[in-house]
Ligand binder design. Sequence first.
Ligand code: TMP
Length: 222
Amino acid sequence: MTAHTPGRFLVLDGTDGCGKSTQIPLLRKVFEQRGFSVVQTYDPGGTDIGEQIRKLLKYDAKGKMDVHTETMLFMASRAQLVSEVIRPALAEGKIVLCDRFVSSTCAYQGAGGYPVEEIINLARYAIGQTWPDLTIILDLPAEKGRHRTGVRNGQNHSNSSVHSAEDRFDSRSLEYYQRVRQGFLALPKYYPTPVEIVNTDGLSIEEVHQKIAALLEKRNWF
Ligand code: TMP
């Protein structure tokens, strides 16, 4: 599935508030200390065109968006990210660390009623053979993640432009997030490339980091 050697492509994913955006810079440091060249990015977004789609998805769209429309917008942003950032970085032998990817569409739009097999097929069209070498899901009960994002509400992704508008995704119910979590937990059964679930419940930032680093060590990433 992954036809992009010599680089390596790692995705961190999970429900909102799972801690992936905190863990990615810590991982980046470890890779860099070991001499790897790293490209850190995020999905949706990560390119000029992707940023415009991200803004539309998160803030600007008015009215209720059909799940098919939403899914294709996420895929469109991702197609741009793969062709402009991820594929060239991998071709140069870099490590790509990406915050969310197709795994999020499976969990979120899957929870919204889009069949996951169709999401995978759509992704094959959008990203070709550029699938992650490994996807790490940081697992945590949905209510705990929601509690964390509640603290962060009103702030934006560190890489995005400042926004005062309401985040369209913040108004979804706890029940929806519980389905999203189940969607992430089901990924290893059908995702085309390896997925590891890391239980982070009750662990400190450092403990989660050590768990991820140990997992990567075991899989010969360092
Ligand atoms: P974030 O990048 O700030 O986490 O916000 C992205 C939001 O979009 C988050 O709630 C997860 C959601 N999302 C999807 O619903 N589908 C997707 O494919 C992706 C990448 C994100």
